[in-house]
Design a protein around this ligand. Structure first.
Ligand SMILES: C[S@@+](CC[C@H](N)C(=O)[O-])C[C@H]1O[C@@H](n2cnc3c(N)ncnc32)[C@H](O)[C@@H]1O
Length: 222
């Protein structure tokens, strides 16, 4: 609204003023939710790089879809929109909002996402707990995301994670029983941008094939 001149504002009808006010409030809400739920959209190129290496059959759950960057790339790559199911804990205008991943119990052939991975989900004083069950440790709540995704998926799980998540005691425990089939590290750091803040991370796609026992393969993504 502050981008308009005084003359432009004066020329608006009451309906238009109300609509602009609501749009502004919605923008503020989204910015708040983005911080609270750690919404950082995946660069579309990073999704395309995964899809050049890995094929999915059957339904694909994107349980932390944000504004749908992964889901939209899946659909653009030819996956049937009916088979791509998207949800998120927040409401970013894509998929089914207000759906906590850890409340999902249905099985899907595949789970593909970029989960929140920093230490703590941001919470302002007075906010209700985002997820009282969260087991925060050195990799945020990632071990719990891995375990739950492996529980739900019947074929494959692909998670975009910081490369350092190859290590860590709790994650190692998971990798010993459920090793990823493929680790696809990006040669260049990925840049995540949201609400004016930007950070870069060395990341990799961690891809599990359900039931795989053996040594993971590593293929770099230039
Ligand atoms: C790093 S962003 C990735 C967004 C999207 N997957 C993408 O790749 O562009 C993490 C997403 O996880 C969502 N999220 C955080 N905790 C969640 C939970 N417990 N259940 C479902 N979604 C959650 C956030 O709202 C945010 O959209």
């Amino acid at each position: 609204m502050n981008a308009l001149s005084v003359e432009e504002v004066n020329a608006l009808s009451m309906e238009e003023v109300k609509a602009l006010w609501h749009a502004e409030k919605e923008k503020e809400r989204i910015a708040r939710d983005a911080k609270r739920y750690q919404f950082y959209p995946t660069p579309p190129d990073a999704v395309r790089a995964l899809l050049r290496k890995v094929e999915f059959k059957g339904k694909i759950l994107e349980p932390a879809c944000g504004t749908g960057n992964i889901s939209m790339e899946l659909i653009a790559a030819g996956y049937d929109p009916v088979d791509v199911l998207s949800s998120d804990y927040g409401d970013f205008g894509y998929g089914t909002p207000y759906t906590n991943f850890f409340d999902i119990e249905d099985h899907f052939a595949n789970v593909v996402t970029n989960p929140p991975f920093s230490k703590k989900q941001k919470k302002k004083k007075g906010d209700p707990p985002i997820d009282p069950e969260a087991e925060y440790n050195d990799g945020g709540d990632v071990p719990r995301w891995i375990r739950h995704a492996l529980r739900l998926a019947t074929r494959k799980v692909a998670l975009l994670l910081p490369l350092f998540m190859l290590g860590g005691k709790e994650r190692y425990t998971i990798y010993q029983t459920c090793p990823p089939r493929l680790v696809l590290p990006f040669v260049e750091r990925l840049s995540f941008v949201e609400s004016g803040s930007e950070y870069e991370k060395t990341c990799a796609w961690f891809v599990w094939h359900k039931g795989f026992k053996g040594k993971p393969e590593v293929e770099w993504l230039p």
